[in-house]
Design a protein around this ligand. Structure first.
Ligand code: PLP
Length: 387
């Protein structure tokens, strides 16, 4: 079995599991209970909050725990729109569905107007157009991600933050793919809401967080107890939170080493694909670039392939896990909205490879070998069909 779909989720680091076990066994208390068992759990939650805050150069009081990035994005967008009674939103057509679907709920006449920034053919934001729009319409919510989860494109969130500040816009960034992979300095970055999800950096699933800038408020979105300062009721996922903090600690402890290693894997994949397939393939978005895209995502189009999805399914049959788009779009079978924005045909014959610290060079070789074999068989089948 080869796992090369780390943008969808990552394997739990065993060091993380070790840190979680006491909170799944002996220290099972409810962090809101006032007895010792409860206090032990509360302490673990608060230490984890501090750890995460320190790693991002934020204050612990700015970090709120959620069930993941989907919930954190919902909370940020719904909360900001309702709290500040916003009527204008700017986002992009290649944001994650957790952003687009949430904004879609508000996009009604006389409610909220959702506008989309212009993107070039590779999915890069037109920053001048963004600035122009904000200069006409201040009091806007801007929601733009850091790295795209399908094509890997990196947006310049420092620049977006500066533009937003200049025009008094509120800036939310979906940083799910970059938390634990890039350094963040939240004292410097001009961002109001930012989100992370533990399972993208070798932590457990079902836990994430939102950073809320101390100068911003947010209305609750889950009503209930006073957990998370009333912003999000519900008993905290103690072991999950402990695991997330540990996973983030490891991610930043080993950041350089792992990022260099993963970049090496990607460049190996790129150079081999180019040598093997030459102009039979192209790289989607900026994913080939080492500067403009995140190092663990490579999205490749094989336009001469016989049928859509053939490569993903055939690799799967050989025990190689890659993906056609995001994991979420598999559920609806509608294909990739991101690739469709770039080019209508891309989403039929593209494959996303995404690496992690656990991917080996031998696995890359095995994926390449299998890809060539499948490709040749497929083209051969196509040829015989046509004769
Ligand atoms: N945003 C982006 C960019 C993602 O890649 C994902 C992952 O699927 C999410 C949001 C949703 O994260 P979660 O699985 O924690 O809800």
């Amino acid at each position: 079995e080869i796992y090369c779909d780390n943008a969808a989720t990552t394997a739990l680091d065993l060091e993380v599991l070790d840190a979680m076990i006491p909170y799944l066994t002996n220290h099972f208390g409810n962090p809101s209970s006032s007895h010792q068992v409860g206090r032990k759990a509360r302490e673990a939650v608060e230490v984890s909050r501090k750890t995460i805050a320190n790693l991002l150069n934020a204050s612990a009081s700015d970090i709120f725990f959620t069930s993941g990035a989907t919930e954190a994005n919902n909370l940020a967008l719904t909360g900001a729109i309702k709290t500040y009674e916003l009527r204008q939103v700017v986002t992009s057509r290649i944001e994650h569905k957790a952003v687009l679907q949430t904004l879609g709920q508000f996009n009604q006449p006389n409610e909220v107007e959702v506008n989309f920034v212009k993107l070039d053919a590779k999915g890069n934001i037109n920053y001048e157009q963004l600035e122009k729009r904000l200069s006409i319409n201040p009091q806007t919510l801007v929601s733009l991600m850091h790295a795209n989860n399908e094509i890997g494109n990196l947006n310049d969130i420092e620049r977006i933050g500066e533009i937003c500040k200049k025009y008094d816009a509120i800036f939310h960034s979906d940083t799910t793919q970059t938390i634990g992979k890039y350094q963040f300095d939240l004292q410097q970055l001009k961002v109001d809401y930012l989100v992370g999800s533990s399972h993208k950096f070798h932590g457990p699933k079902g836990v994430g967080f939102i950073y809320i800038n101390k100068y911003k408020k947010i209305k609750p979105h889950i009503y209930g107890g006073a957990q998370e300062k009333g912003t999000r009721g519900g008993t905290e996922n103690v072991a999950g939170i402990v695991g997330m903090a540990k996973a983030l600690e490891i991610a930043y402890r080993d950041l350089k080493e792992h990022q260099n290693y993963i970049a090496f894997l990607k460049s190996k994949m790129v150079s081999n694909l180019k040598a093997l397939f030459q102009d039979e393939i192209s790289f989607n978005g900026e994913s080939e670039s080492s500067q403009n895209s995140i190092s663990n995502i490579l999205n490749v189009a094989f336009p001469r392939l016989h049928k859509g999805g053939v490569l993903v399914n055939r690799l799967d049959a050989l025990g190689i896990a890659v993906s056609g788009g995001s994991a979420c779009s598999n559920l609806t079978n509608v294909g990739s909205h991101v690739l469709k924005v770039l080019d209508r045909n891309l989403d039929k014959d593209s494959v996303r490879f995404s690496f992690s610290k656990y991917t080996t060079p031998q696995e890359i070789d095995a994926i390449l070998k299998a890809t060539v074999e499948i490709y040749e068989q497929d083209l051969f089948a196509k040829k015989t069909e046509n004769t």
